[in-house]
Design a protein around this ligand. Structure first.
Ligand code: UT7
Length: 330
């Protein structure tokens, strides 16, 4: 049994924070941020308005269900990718199952593979469908990174934003055309210190002094991440193409993780792919971790760029360091 993407959905918080807004908070400026990252604005959740990762996911999921012409109880597995879940316990996939009013007690679990999370989820969904263990899998990437950012650190707070994207992966009927062609997943723990958040876990529970020092927030070695990112994204593409027996010219669209415009540009150069084939929306939303790929994918479908039958590559990397790609005929 092969699988395909049946429908997608997104949710973005209403509140927009521009680079100009950031100039008032930290010592930065619009020109530096735009030139170094390609970002102009990001969205920020409103906690007072009940805007949290599973709330965003619920709204995105209704869109995806409508696009896939399915009811909530048709979903028999939820995979929720996030490094900023609503709670430590229970898992976000279970919370989402309840929010969608599902009564079928389907499998529901979270994965925390950072910015590769959605791609990990799609590839896992593909495997569950191939082995007959699931029929319709809801894969979500939803992040509220604004909670985990040190808003006094200009090297990190300018990069990230909140948002959610999701897709329903289901069975592909024989001869239909739309199908996942190749998948690739991996991790390289030797780079685990390039991007981490060591305080707040079992090893180092948050204490008052962490809160005072601000050492409980995410930390990143941007330069190291940049170097690994470009190499990884290019390698991901090559591995998937080889597995599928296709070449770079066969790709219609690449939906890369949106961490930095220059990373996407360098990857395109390494692969000798024209920038017109890269789906890019980092300008509007910054880096929303596990949500970047499904948001960019959904928008490109909605505005008519990506059409059924196109060959598309999801291509991601993230903290861990994790990486993954999905090559499919949409
Ligand atoms: O999702 C996966 C995780 N994310 C990534 O993989 C991101 C990968 N890394 C990057 O995107 C880039 O490395 C950054 C955007 C984070 C940084 O860009 P960069 O070109 O590597 O800049 P830099 O860190 O080398 O900093 C250059 C200069 C420094 O000043 P000096 O030392 O040259 O005087 C910084 O202090 O820019 C300064 N700077 C800033 N200036 C204005 C750093 N942040 C800012 C800022 N505004 N926000």
């Amino acid at each position: 049994m092969r699988s395909k993407i049946l429908g997608t959905g997104i949710y973005l918080p209403e509140k927009v924070m521009t680079n100009i807004d950031l100039e008032k908070i930290v010592d930065t400026n619009d020109q530096w941020i735009y030139e170094r990252t390609g970002i102009r604005a990001r969205r920020i959740c409103n906690p007072e308005g009940g805007e949290f990762p599973t709330d965003m996911a619920e709204r995105a999921a209704w869109q995806a269900l409508q696009a896939a012409k399915l009811e909530p109880n048709d979903i028999d597995m939820i995979i929720f990718a996030s490094v900023t879940p609503d709670y430590k316990l229970p898992n976000s996939a279970s919370v989402l199952q309840q929010k969608l009013g599902m009564t079928n007690k389907c499998t529901a679990f979270d994965i925390a593979t950072a910015c590769s999370g959605f791609v990990y989820g799609v590839n896992m969904a593909n495997s569950f469908i191939q082995t007959g263990m699931a029929k319709n899998v809801l894969v979500v990437g939803s992040e509220m990174l604004s909670r985990e950012i040190d808003w006094t650190d200009r090297t990190i707070c300018i990069l990230f934003g909140d948002g959610c994207g999701c897709a329903i992966v289901g069975q592909s009927e024989d001869g239909e055309g739309s199908e996942i062609l190749a998948t690739h997943l991996g991790a390289d723990g030797s780079g685990k210190e390039f991007f981490d958040q060591p305080v707040g876990g079992a090893v180092t529970p948050i204490k008052e002094h962490h809160l005072k020092e601000g050492t409980h927030f995410m930390r990143m070695k941007g330069g190291e991440m940049f170097k690994v990112a470009t190499r990884t994204l290019a390698d991901n593409a090559k591995v998937c193409l080889e597995k599928a027996g296709l070449s770079l010219e066969d790709i219609d669209w690449v939906v890369p993780h949106q961490a930095n415009y220059r990373i996407i540009e360098t990857t395109a150069k390494l692969l000798k792919l024209p920038m017109e084939k890269m789906i890019i929306n980092i300008e509007n939303y910054g880096n929303t971790s596990a949500a970047t790929v499904p948001i960019a994918f959904h928008e490109a479908i909605a505005d008519g760029r990506i059409k059924r039958g196109d060959i598309v590559l999801f291509d991601a990397f993230g903290a861990g360091l994790t990486f993954g790609a999905t090559l499919f005929r949409y």
